[in-house]
Design a protein. Structure first.
Length: 263
């Protein structure tokens, strides 16, 4: 078991999150940053965080550095101040060891830092960078396999670990609308509404088959890496599902920023 100082928190079961992480300019959106800050304040402070970001696909399944290393600025063409952001969260070697027990096939990338799918939301949710963070790759985009990865990680919740899938509920950069407050296109609204109802209703089978079941799925996700972290989150809540709810909704440049909490 992880050797945590706060035994009371460690004994409680943590929720699981799926959040729409935004691009670096998320930091300029006062509404969204406020929503993330309030969300983190409403849940128990985790002993550590396991991040599954849309921006790390690697097989075999891998975990990042277990010490503080430089961030990965995996974006291009933005003003310099977005590349100056720092987030020196402590490494999480104890969590890495626990992940290795649950997923023995795990490989470690000792030099990989947090990418923007991990640190952009964490800067808003835990600005003091005082919670150890470990990032894990997606070894596949197949929903059923990611769901199984999440299911195997579920025991971490009883050790105070916050499991976070970080993606975007709709993600088609070629169809983005100009302006953060732009009217969202119909395909984005339709997919977002379907996702809210499917998650809230616990329709896991439909979610796993979203490419064929959801309206406008292939427009909302021409490639599925930003919806894929949801399946890890769903899997981590599969054994005793409870309290599945939407926490953040709305649109940003026409894309759905809906985010969910499980448990």
């Amino acid at each position: 078991m992880l050797n945590y100082v706060d035994r009371e928190v460690a004994m409680s079961r943590m929720p699981v999150l799926y959040l729409s992480h935004g691009a670096p300019p998320l930091a300029d959106d006062e509404v969204w940053t406020g929503q993330l800050a309030r969300w983190s304040a409403e849940i128990p402070k985790p002993t550590s965080i396991l991040m599954v970001s849309a921006h790390w696909e690697e097989a075999p399944l891998s975990i990042g550095a277990t010490r503080t290393v430089p961030l990965i600025y995996d974006f291009w063409g933005f003003p310099q101040h977005y590349y100056d952001v720092q987030y020196a969260a402590p490494g999480a070697p104890a969590l890495a060891a626990e992940v290795g027990k649950l997923l023995p096939e795990t490989h470690q990338d000792t030099e990989r830092g947090l990418d923007h799918g991990a640190y952009v939301p964490l800067v808003e949710m835990y600005p003091d960078a005082d919670v150890p963070v470990l990032q894990m790759s997606m070894p596949t985009l197949e929903p059923e396999r990611l769901f199984e990865v999440g299911r195997r990680l579920a025991p971490l919740r009883d050790q105070g670990v916050l499991i976070v899938g970080s993606g975007f509920t709709t993600h088609n950069l070629r169809e983005m609308r100009p302006g953060a407050d732009a009217e969202p296109p119909a395909w984005s609204v339709e997919f977002d509404d379907w996702a809210e109802r499917a998650v809230g209703g616990g329709d896991v089978d439909a979610l796993l088959d979203f490419r064929d079941k959801a309206p406008a799925a292939r427009i909302a996700h021409p490639r599925t890496e930003h919806f894929a972290p949801l399946f890890v989150s769903l899997g981590a809540d599969a054994d005793a599902p409870s309290g599945r709810r939407s926490v953040i909704d709305g649109f940003w440049f026409g894309l759905a920023k809906r985010s969910f909490q499980f448990g």
